[in-house]
Design a protein around this ligand. Structure first.
Ligand code: ATP
Ligand code: MG
Length: 668
């Protein structure tokens, strides 16, 4: 307990009821959570398996787990749950699927699978290709995040568009069940629903999870809120930490109001505020405080730091985006050389994933090691998608999307019209395409050769499935890859043999990771758990790179940087239309963008450099850019401008001020 300040210690030691730690960035909220887990295990004698901590990203969960295992010696931290909300939900569903009338080995649909299904349903119902699928999918996701069932959506829908959506929602949910599949949002919504409907099951889980800790609570949505509330129940074993100024997921249904709801749900809620920041220099902190002060506040959090003034914050104007990335990369090289630091000390943060491409190129040219978080993930690669589809089909023959993906990988001469007929046959009988292959009646609808080819395929895969479940799952998956001569397929479909071999190496990485996951799983049917976890990781677009070195420049979006910290931070693209994002400007959602900017600034420990471009290439043409209004909101006395030449800071500040004033006019 020595390294904690008084308020932090108070938060850690308080276990008499629910407690909320509401505090600004870098004040040690996450540290309170990790310390508290250690305290519960070591000092209160609570078995680790009764404690669950949830956070938002896999990366954050991994970091938290590491921190706890450093604090708790020996095997005492075994069985501790430190996971994302989605992982927690999946674990619940993996043991309770029967109560929801699901079968074991259910599939988890990604957004693309879900959209295909919605399109198919619209086609069946309205007989025409619909361009509404996108909007309907979004609406359904919104409902799920708000913990609204199809029946409730139908009852409360108003206006033809919403009525259509709500009906599609019901159809979609029924179809998912028929496929033995669920989508990403269901991982949270379904456990919460189940707990509502079946108190006995809830009680079982309340017995298991006796203490809950939630990080980044400001970003919970309606379903997550319910899930936490149900699990906590009357026992009140709950520690929640959050910062309303860092709420950046409203677009995905997050409700920062959940923070104030806590006070209503738990009248005796204890609230602790932390004010000392241990992360950043005073200048960086002042910059963050000054920017966020432009948002309306219920409660002011006066953060202070003892880490000295620190260097000025640099703002660099660049000719264009190419020059910007080049500049950032040479800055990193130069700084690293002068300070003899490590590449791992640098992070470059940006608003949108597309901004990383140019940066990656420049880093490659200068041979700088880097790690891109998010972006095109390992699982987005075609070879991984193929093998994953095989795995999905092995644990769930009802997964038509997986079936369609690989039925002709490698080529099995099963034509489109065969698949169409098979699909129709399966739909009429409400069975999956895979199961339909083995139906006697199919022969009347398809030529004999087609039926034979389909059955050869299912016969072979059934055989492998049995082996997978019976003895050696990993060996069977390796056999699968060799049976289909996947390397040969890759060679035929890659531009060179070298590339094909690299893609094959990815497949081996996947299988190794499956093997490891099976070893870690103590349950029966470890293969199902292992594959579900892989699918989930895929969905969360995280590449779990086991050999990840810590000496790489970190590239990530501002959203992905939440909760993390780096000695030297670069924020690029500080321009109107980028940060703040054009959509947010159009929709008057500047406050959320400002919070995003606040999150970015507060990631920095020692130096912060911001950059913007005079011109930027879009669709092959250069267009001029305007510096972000957030630059004008920074405390100008703490900035060091560079490359601006023609325009002086005061002028620019005025311009920024004008932008702001006119914005206020628009917003009324
Ligand atoms: P964010 O809002 O960005 O998630 P946070 O409030 O969760 O930040 P932490 O990440 O827990 O903050 O802590 C920020 C840094 O301060 C970490 O490096 C942590 O180790 C350090 N720290 C926290 N508390 C103390 C303390 N009492 N003494 C020294 N260092 C501390
Ligand atoms: Mg934190």
């Amino acid at each position: 307990m020595s390294k904690l300040n008084d308020r932090q210690r108070e938060a850690v030691l308080y276990i008499d009821g629910p407690i909320l730690v509401l505090a600004g960035a870098g004040s040690g909220k996450t540290s309170v959570i990790t310390r508290k887990m250690a305290y519960l295990i070591e000092k209160c004698g609570m078995p680790a398996r009764h404690i669950a901590a949830v956070t938002f990203t896999n990366k954050a969960a991994r970091e938290m787990k590491e921190r706890v295992s450093q604090l708790v010696k020996g095997k005492e931290s075994r069985g501790l749950t430190v996971s994302t909300f989605h992982n927690l939900g999946m674990n619940i569903l993996r043991s309770e699927y029967k109560a929801l009338q699901y079968k074991s080995g259910f599939s988890i649909f990604d957004s693309q699978d879900a959209q295909t299904l919605i399109r198919d349903l619209l086609m069946q119902d309205h007989g025409a290709e619909s361009d509404n699928a996108d909007r309907i999918q979004h609406r359904i996701s919104q409902w799920k995040n708000e913990f609204i069932t199809p029946e409730q959506a139908i009852a409360s829908a108003e206006g033809p568009a919403d009525i259509l959506c709500s009906q599609a929602y019901l159809r979609y949910q029924n179809a998912l069940k028929a496929y033995n599949a669920l989508d990403f949002d269901d991982l949270i919504m379904l456990p919460a629903l189940l707990f509502n409907q079946q108190p006995a099951i809830l009680e079982k889980w309340q017995q298991k999870i006796r203490y809950m800790l939630v990080d980044e609570y400001q970003d919970t949505n309606g379903s997550q809120y319910h899930l936490v509330k149900q699990l906590v129940g009357n026992r009140g074993g709950l520690t929640v930490v959050g910062d309303d100024d860092q709420s950046i997921y409203a677009w995905r249904g997050a409700k920062p109001e959940n923070l104030s709801l806590l006070g209503k749900d738990y009248p005796h809620l204890k609230v602790v505020k932390l004010e000392q920041n241990y992360r950043s220099t005073a200048r960086i902190l002042k910059a963050a405080n000054t920017v966020i002060a432009n948002n309306p506040h219920e409660l002011n959090k006066a953060l202070w730091s003892e880490l000295g003034h620190g260097e000025h914050i640099r703002v660099i104007r660049c000719r264009n985006d190419d020059a910007e990335c080049e500049r950032v990369v040479t800055e990193i090289l130069d700084h690293k050389l002068r300070t003899r630091g490590r590449f791992g000390n640098y992070a470059v943060l940006y608003r949108g994933n597309h901004q990383s491409r140019l940066l990656e190129l420049k880093l490659q040219v200068h041979q700088i090691p880097y790690k891109l978080s998010g972006g095109t993930s390992f699982f987005a690669r075609n070879e991984i998608k193929d093998i994953m589809a095989y795995l999905r089909l092995i644990i769930n023959p009802g997964d038509d999307n997986a079936f369609l993906r690989i039925v002709n990988v490698p080529r099995r001469k099963i034509g489109t019209s065969t698949l169409e007929n098979l699909g129709r046959y399966a739909t009429e009988r409400e069975i999956s395409m895979y199961d339909a292959c083995d139906e006697m009646g199919l022969s009347q609808h398809l030529p004999e050769t087609a039926v034979k080819r389909l059955r050869e395929f299912t016969g072979w895969l059934n055989n492998l499935r049995r082996k997978c479940y019976d003895d050696e799952p990993v060996a069977s998956v390796r056999q699968l890859v060799s049976d289909i001569d996947y390397l040969d397929w890759l060679i035929q479909n890659s531009s060179s043999v070298a590339i094909a071999e690299r893609r094959m190496a990815n497949v081996h990485t996947l299988i190794n990771s499956l093997e490891k996951s099976i070893k870690d799983d103590e349950s029966d049917n470890a293969i199902e758990g292992a594959i579900s976890r892989l699918v989930l990781r895929d969905l969360m677009e995280r590449q779990e790179d086991e050999k990840e070195s810590d000496d790489q420049v970190q590239l990530m979006t501002l959203h992905a940087a939440k909760g993390l910290e780096f000695p030297h931070v670069f924020m690029i693209g500080l321009e109107e239309g980028i940060l703040p994002h054009q959509n947010s400007i159009d929709d008057g959602m500047i406050e959320e963008e400002r919070r995003l900017c606040y999150v970015g600034i507060t990631r920095a420990q020692r130096t912060l450099t911001m950059s913007y471009c005079a011109k930027r290439k879009s669709f092959g043409e250069f267009t001029s850019c305007e510096p972000s209004r957030f630059l004008a909101e920074l405390p100008q006395e703490d900035l060091e401008w560079e490359g601006r030449g023609d325009s002086d800071p005061a002028q620019n500040q005025k311009r920024g001020g004008e932008t702001l004033a006119s914005l206020r006019d628009i917003l009324g």
